[in-house]
Structure formats: C-alpha cells, structure tokens
Design a binder for this molecule. Structure first.
Ligand SMILES: Cc1ncc(COP(=O)(O)O)c(C=O)c1O
Length: 475
C-alpha cells in the first residue's frame, strides 16, 4: 500500500527559527528549566493586539478588547496586555485575584467565570469588577452582596439561544433570549434593585466559528436592548466573546491532501497516517466513510480582518449593518479573543528520551513530556513539529515516527499523526512544537505521576536572550 505521509507545514515566525536553529541554546534552556519548556514572545502578543486595534479603528464605533486569559496561564501575558491598553477576561477566582494582585485597574477586568462561588462574587463586587451574570442564582447572590456592602454591582447579562436559519443555537450558558426580556422587566420592577445592580451590557459567546451566527446574535442583542429601553438600564456595551479564527498552516493544498489521505487510510486504501489508524473523527462503517474531521480548522483563509468584517457587515431586515447600528446607538463592542491573540506567540520544546521500534515496525520517539502538556480540545494538533539535531547528518535516511509521552497510558501519543523526519533523532535532541500558546500548553495540563508543570518563559526583544525576570514565578 501507499506509505506517503502528507506534510502539514505550519506558519512560523523569525523568532521561532532563531530558537530552532540554535541547538546549544535549546540544550541550555532544557538543562536549566527541565523538559518541556514553553517559550513565549510577548512582542508577538502585543503585535496581535495592535492588529486587532487597527482593524477595529476603521469602523468608527467604540470598542474594547479583553484578553481571554484562560487560553494561556503564563502570568507575564497580563502586564503585556495591560501595557498596550487592553483588558483581561478572567474565568475563575484565581485568574481574577492574580490580575488584582498585579494591580490591573478593575475597570480593565471582567469576570466571565462559568461557575462563580461566593468568594469570587464578593471579590468582584468589592473591587467594582464587572460580572457577566449567567443565571438567576448568581443575580440573587450579587444583589445580596451588593446590598450588604452598600454598593452597586456592575453586571452584564449573558444570553444565548439566538435564532439562526430557523434553528435555535442551544447553549448551557446564559439566559435564554426568548425569556430574558420578561425576566429582567420583572426582576427590576422594584427600584431598589437598580441601586444594587447596574446592568451595563449584554454578553454572549458562541461555539464554533460562524460569522453569520455572530452577526445574527449581535442584531438580536441590539433588538433586546431596544426593547428594554423603558427599564432604564445604563447599557453601554455588547460583548461578543471570543472565537475569532486563526490560521496555523501554510498550504491549503497540503490541508486538503492530508484530509483525503486520512480518509483513504480509514477506508484501508492507504497505509495508516495516524496512530492505530485513528480517523480523527472519520469512521469506516462497512467500507463507507462516516463522520467529519473533528479537529480545529487548522487551515483557513479567514483573517482577523475578514472574519470581523463578515460579522460587522451582517445586515438586518432593515438592511442596517451591525457596525452601523452599534455606531448609531453609541454601543461599545467588546471582544474577548484568546487563541487569536496568541497566534505566533509560543513554542514548546521537549527533549528526546529514547527511541524504539514497536511490534508493528513503528519508530516511537519517547519525549520528556506528557500528553497533558500539548493537548488540543480537538482530535489532534495538526502541525508538523521541528527537530533540532545535536549531530545533523545530511546523508541520513528519512524516517517516519510517532512521539510518545510519559503518562502510563497507551494513548499518551503526543501527536496522533505519523511524522516524517529527515533523520532518526538521538537521545538529547530537541523536538519543537510551534504555535502552541493558544490552549495547547496549559488548558489540560495535569500533574499526574507528580510530574512538575512545564516552566513558562518569555523572550526579550532579542530573541536569543532569556532574562531571569522572564520566568513566571519571578515576575
Ligand atoms: C466566554 C468566553 N470568552 C472568550 C473565549 C475565548 O475564545 P477564543 O480563545 O476562541 O477566542 C471563550 C472560549 O471558550 C469563552 O468561553
């Protein structure tokens, strides 16, 4: 059968290459901080923020960006975001506490935590941090806390269940759009409630990456605001959450070829290109292909600008665009990007611990890291890694490998894809996974087997210099 392994070349940045090409530097970093290590380029993060601003500036309505901090735990990202004037979207009590400890202005903070206990609600109310309210129990508790502190709590109301193409976009989060108006009218009937709760805006975050759904949701939220005018809320914003697409890969042709080859492999018409011939969402039912690729759309042609344009130029039945309505009503658009602000911001380095050949003849390269330190919420992280060899040899034969991790689980295979390398790695060589800052490094990181969590470092402007204050713990 055909043994071809389709490549998926990632988009990379010069700073990444200067690390990749310096084996001595990698060796020193791994020696000092242990394997794996996460490196971050804060300049790239700030460039992404600047790009968002320059796109949004062209529309002429008010806007504010909040970095969705949950996408990466590296503490140094917080001051880097604040330094260039954006806020932080916090999703837990520790995330909020950390920002306050770092002296972030509470006006620049919001809490969108899915679960908010009393301690979180009290911290937010005491510090005048805006809370995005998900349900009536939260609302009741915030009201009681505000009353006991003799304060007015700043809140936004999270909504969901928008109608799109005659279907309802179901979500477990927020108040249902069909019930929220009568609910708020009744809840705020008593004038005292206005003293305890200041409703400053509405919030939603949609699953998936549909621009049409987001455009629709914004129109429907603007309609809700119009219908609630008589309740006299000091509404100033709509927060549309995150989910702005980013592109990881260089070539659409490679992406399509990969998907075609994977389908052929699942149908047993091509040698497996994934561990245990994992279909990554595709299934073989009696010789027929079922399912879809269950992975992030690692290749896509939507840039930040085009994605936002599609949303903001969605028209309503009166042919008004979202952008026109926001501007006309003086409503601020808030965004909470996570992944897309971390594009080209991070790489993960791991040391080769061993090589072996399994009973099927597969080369397995054991790395000093585990599956939780490079874990995608989708079926696989579909980017070719880079190898830095201590002893590169141009005459070596190419070899196809799987990378395996340190957890005692059969499934601790770091990338499910079989990867073609120009040379078999040796113990001590470095494997570099690129563009891992958005969700890949930390979101699922665990300390099973008492493994320590990976160290997070940042680079100064000279990409080869690691300053000691770049270590998270010493910020
Ligand atoms: C409420 C909310 N805001 C923002 C984000 C960030 O989304 P992304 O990283 O896709 O931009 C998420 C992600 O789950 C979210 O749930």
């Amino acid at each position: 059968m055909n043994t071809y392994l389709p490549p998926l070349k990632p988009i990379t940045s010069p700073w990444m290459h200067s690390i990749m090409e310096d084996f001595k530097l990698q060796e020193a970093v791994l020696e000092t901080y242990n394997s794996p290590v996460n490196l971050h380029h804060l300049g790239a993060f700030q460039d992404n923020i600047a790009e968002y601003k320059s796109i949004l500036d062209t529309y002429g309505f008010k806007y504010q960006l909040f970095f969705a901090r949950k996408a990466n735990k590296f503490k140094n990202l917080i001051p880097a975001a604040v330094e260039v004037g954006i806020g932080i979207d916090t999703a837990s009590l520790p995330e909020l506490q950390q920002c306050l400890d770092l002296d972030v202005n509470p006006k620049q903070l919001i809490s969108t935590a899915a679960i908010k206990n009393k301690a979180l609600l009290e911290l937010a109310v005491k510090n005048k941090v805006l809370l995005i309210i998900d349900n009536k129990d939260e609302l009741d508790q915030v009201r009681a806390i505000a009353k006991s502190l003799n304060q007015t709590a700043k809140i936004g109301i999270r909504i969901s269940g928008f109608k799109h193409q005659e279907a309802k976009l179901f979500s477990r989060f927020g108040f249902d759009v069909d019930a929220v108006i009568p609910f708020l009218e009744a809840y705020f009937k008593n004038p005292d409630t206005h003293e305890q709760l200041s409703v400053e805006g509405f919030h939603f975050h949609l699953d998936g990456y549909s621009t049409a759904q987001r455009g629709e949701a914004l129109h429907q939220t603007l309609d809700i605001i119009a219908k609630l005018q008589h309740v006299n809320f000091p509404i100033s914003f709509i927060d549309m959450g995150g989910g702005i697409l980013m592109n990881y890969l260089q070539s659409q042709q490679e992406w399509n070829r990969f998907k075609d080859t994977l389908k052929q492999a699942v149908l047993e018409k091509h040698d497996p290109i994934t561990y245990n011939n994992d279909g990554l969402g595709y299934r073989n039912r009696d010789g027929h292909l079922e399912g879809d690729l269950a992975a992030y759309p690692y290749f896509n042609e939507n840039s930040k600008a085009s994605f936002l344009k599609e949303i903001l130029e969605t028209t309503n039945t009166e042919n008004k665009t979202v952008a026109q309505r926001l501007k006309q009503k003086g409503i601020e658009l808030r965004l909470e990007p996570g992944r897309s602000l971390l594009n080209q911001v991070g790489i993960t380095l791991a040391r080769v611990a061993h090589r072996k050949v399994d009973a099927r003849g597969n080369h397995l390269i054991g790395l000093e890291m585990n599956m939780s330190q490079l874990k995608s919420s989708s079926a696989d992280f579909l980017l070719d890694p880079f190898i830095s060899y201590k002893n590169p040899n141009a005459d070596s034969e190419a070899v196809a490998v799987y990378f395996t991790g340190a957890y005692c689980l059969e499934r601790d295979v770091l990338l499910k894809r079989k990867i073609s390398l120009p040379q078999l790695p040796e113990i001590g060589d470095t494997v570099l996974f690129v563009n891992t800052a958005g969700y890949m490094m930390h979101f699922f990181e665990t300390e099973a087997h008492l493994f320590e969590r990976a160290k997070n470092l940042s680079l100064t402007n000279n990409p080869k210099t690691f300053s000691i204050d770049a270590i998270e713990e010493e910020l």
